[in-house]
Design a protein around this ligand. Structure first.
Ligand SMILES: *[C@@H]1O[C@H](CO)[C@@H](O)[C@H](O)[C@H]1NC(C)=O
Ligand SMILES: *[C@@H]1O[C@H](CO)[C@@H](O)[C@H](O)[C@H]1NC(C)=O
Ligand SMILES: *[C@@H]1O[C@H](CO)[C@@H](O)[C@H](O)[C@H]1NC(C)=O
Ligand SMILES: [Zn+2]
Length: 410
């Protein structure tokens, strides 16, 4: 009896090991391309962005979910690093602060050239991985970080931004966030405002992926309907598995399917199980559900490592992705489906976005109505306003003076 029990246990262990081995074999050629990691935010809050401090050394850093040995063990070959600043910066120093977070990502690539290679297009990701690097890309998290300016949007693109999350946990003057659906914020734009639609068009023109994590359902639907290219959810899970408003409901998953878009599943316990604790198997449930509703081409990974406070048992840090892949293989996902989840679905969306882009088209020059802008520290150079009677008299006197002056010159 004991022998039989021992035999079956051994068989079970061997079987699980074989899934784990199969996972690693797949990941040696198709690594993880993860949609959202907040290590740059940790660099700010732990080290005030002083990356060369000895405690900040990414080879040894222990207090974070992410460090270089863990990325290697997790077969991470591509990472969208999150350039994030909280909503408290809106109408304050948002633009300066986001420039600093983008600079941190650039400096990570410079300081660890044997590990990180900053890339900006879909065709450079896998070659960087094959050279032993983590291809590093920039996602800007929060529409408030462009301060309602298409000029800022374009400039962030030039600095390497390849997705923009349309909102964080606050409305922008042009897009509503998920707290509207929760009843904690007022709807202001009922989705995207007319200026929000210009932002979206300009992102299509540049080739910046539209990220719908954190936005309201109305904003999701507007963007899915208007975008000329597929969109992403860089770090969101399935609403019908865990009814949290940060997750994606099934009717939106249908639109994800019909537009060839992508949901990169978030591992935060609150989004996985709607409670403080969760397991790796529950993350697999989200992946199964999205695959069932939207198809195997619609799933990706956006762990939200270093942006969240608790993570499932079995997915504690970035070294654990192979265990999740082993679980999916155990659930009969095919190798093709797994490679799609790991990297190929994201590469498909990213290259479709690049194909739609047309940087030669003329840039949009419309501006947001000035009364939509808040904050006491603004100047208003360039905004045309009906001249006051005082200004008109001033202008009249000035032109008289210049007439006299030019007559004098003659
Ligand atoms: C980090 O530590 C490793 C190992 O001690 C060392 O080789 C490397 O030069 C350090 N890197 C930085 C950027 O300080
Ligand atoms: C990708 O970006 C690199 C670096 O800017 C560039 O050399 C390469 O031509 C780009 N590839 C494509 C297909 O645009
Ligand atoms: C996987 O497939 C095998 C063989 O077809 C079947 O016996 C098993 O029940 C399936 N497992 C799941 C979780 O669907
Ligand atoms: Zn987020």
């Amino acid at each position: 009896m004991l022998i039989i029990w021992w035999f079956w246990s051994l068989l079970a262990i061997c079987a699980s090991d074989s899934f784990r081995n199969q996972a690693e074999n797949i990941m040696r050629t198709t690594p993880v391309i993860d949609g959202h990691n907040d290590l740059p935010w940790q660099m700010l809050t732990l080290f005030n962005n002083q990356l060369r401090k000895s405690e900040a050394n990414l080879s040894a850093l222990a207090e974070t979910h992410t460090n270089i040995p863990k990325l290697r063990a997790g077969f991470v070959g591509g990472q969208f690093w999150s350039a994030y600043m909280p909503c408290g910066t809106q109408n304050k120093d948002a633009v300066k602060r986001i420039l600093e977070q983008i600079d941190v990502i650039h400096r990570m690539c410079q300081l660890y050239p044997e590990t990180f290679e900053c890339v900006t297009n879909s065709s450079d990701i896998l070659p960087a991985f094959r050279r032993g690097k983590v291809a590093s890309l920039i996602g800007v998290e929060g529409g408030h970080l462009i301060d309602s300016s298409l000029g800022v949007l374009r400039t962030l693109y030039h600095l390497g931004m390849r997705y923009l999350t349309l909102t964080h946990n606050c409305n922008t003057p042009w897009a509503d966030n998920w707290l509207v659906d929760k009843g904690d914020d007022e709807a202001e734009s009922q989705g995207l405002s007319p200026f929000g639609k210009l932002v979206l068009n300009e992102m299509n023109r540049l080739g910046v992926m539209i990220d719908l994590s954190h936005v309201s359902v109305a904003t999701m639907k507007d963007a899915l309907q208007l975008s000329k290219a597929p969109v992403i959810f860089s770090h969101s899970s399935a609403y019908s598995v865990c009814p949290h408003r940060r997750n994606v409901p099934d009717d939106v998953l249908q639109l994800v399917k019909s537009t060839n878009s992508l949901v990169m599943v978030n591992f935060y316990n609150q989004f996985v199980s709607c409670s403080d604790s969760a397991t790796l198997s529950q993350v697999a449930d989200h992946l199964d559900h999205i695959k069932t509703v939207a198809g195997a081409g619609a799933v990706g990974l956006g762990g939200d490592y270093d942006g969240v406070t608790n993570l499932p048992v079995g997915l504690e840090d970035v070294s654990k992705y192979p265990d999740l892949i082993a679980e999916l293989l155990r659930r009969n996902w095919t190798e093709t489906e797994v490679r799609g989840l790991l990297a190929e679905n994201l590469l498909r969306v990213f290259s479709a976005v690049e194909l739609v882009s047309n940087i030669m088209q003329v840039p949009e020059e419309e501006t947001i109505p000035v009364e939509k802008l808040d904050g006491s520290c603004r100047t208003f150079y360039g905004h045309s306003r009906a001249p006051s009677i005082h200004l008109q008299i001033g202008a009249l006197l000035a032109s008289l003076a210049s007439l006299v002056f030019s007559l004098h010159l003659l």
